[in-house]
Design a protein. Structure first.
Length: 318
């Protein structure tokens, strides 16, 4: 593989294959570094219209690949809420008593994101050719994985990733419409020292999701439920909760197949809890430094557009 990495790109068939090899390798390297991929949050958007027995997985982050290759391309993601009506009983007529399907949706945009690194002198490459280029590739791979993770987090908090908001006209920062606060607080400014992330917060999340017909994540193996990403500080207060301790002490060993559930810190009230230090805080306010905004997810919470695989293009020019 090392020889393929340094073969110059040109018009020959071999060079084209080398470029594809680069693309494939970088694609898998980046995916393996992604927090959302490691935890099983990302999956393809395949729909579920082919049969009454729904075996299609519903992931928190759906990947849209049917876009074109141009900047600014977009695709609309359709959402369908669960039915909430009571239906009819006995011999009551179904006609004129149908429950209307509740559709929603949002646009996903495609925008280019690039970076480069290098060295100051060709002598550095001459003395240590393999390590110089290999390390450059590792740095760029890690950078892209971090940016892709940041894009998903930013989409939850701001409605779209930062580079989409910057580059595409008409896309602007949009505060998430559903914000709930610990304890009895109704805003960031109301939060007090005792208003922490705990099992009561998880219970409220679970009830809210049920009341609002939020579709749970559903995996091919039959596992279903919701997921939440919390900051390590919030995980610390959750672990201090007596109900959390009791629940984990009495829980049976987990045998889940999907990382959403198998790699969770724990599961409570049907919610798989994950931790990441990328969980954000308010940009302003008297309590902003002490507040962390956990992310609660059901199925199809965010969509990610993929126009083409990431690729690493060496350039030996001076």
């Amino acid at each position: 593989m090392a020889s393929a990495e340094y073969q110059p790109f040109g018009s020959s068939d071999t060079a084209i294959l080398t470029r594809r090899a680069w693309s494939d390798v970088l694609h898998f390297q980046v995916q393996n570094k992604l927090f959302f991929n490691q935890r099983g949050f990302i999956g393809p958007d395949k729909g579920g219209e082919d049969g009454l027995e729904d075996t299609v997985a519903w992931y928190p982050v759906v990947e849209k690949t049917e876009l074109g290759k141009n900047q600014g391309d977009s695709v609309r993601v359709g959402l369908l809420r669960q039915l909430s009506g009571s239906g009819v009983t006995g011999n009551s007529a179904l006609e004129s008593n149908e429950e209307a399907m509740d559709f929603d949706g949002f646009l996903v945009f495609l925008e280019l994101q690039r970076h480069a690194t290098g060295w100051q002198s060709k002598m550095s490459q001459q003395r240590n050719r393999f390590h110089t280029k290999a390390n450059a590739g590792r740095l760029l791979t890690s950078w892209l994985a971090q940016k892709m993770d940041d894009s998903v987090f930013n989409s939850f908090y701001n409605g779209a990733s930062a580079h989409v908001i910057t580059e595409i006209s008409g896309v602007s920062t949009t505060t998430h419409p559903n914000q709930y606060f610990a304890g009895q607080a109704t805003s960031d400014d109301d939060l007090q020292v005792g208003d922490v992330f705990n099992t009561e917060t998880l219970e409220r999340m679970s009830v809210w999701a049920e009341e609002n017909n939020i579709n749970p994540c559903m995996m091919p193996s039959g596992e279903s439920g919701y997921a939440v990403i919390i900051h390590p500080r919030q995980l610390r207060t959750l672990r201090a909760d007596d109900w959390w301790r009791r629940s984990n002490a009495e829980a049976l060993p987990r045998s889940y197949d999907n990382p959403i559930f198998s790699r969770a810190e724990g599961i409570y009230s049907g919610i798989a809890i994950h931790s990441s230090n990328k969980v954000g805080d308010p940009s302003s306010g008297p309590n902003s430094g002490n507040i962390k905004r956990a992310i609660f997810m059901g199925a199809h919470s965010v969509a990610r557009a993929v126009g083409q695989r990431p690729e690493l293009i060496p350039d030996d020019s001076t």
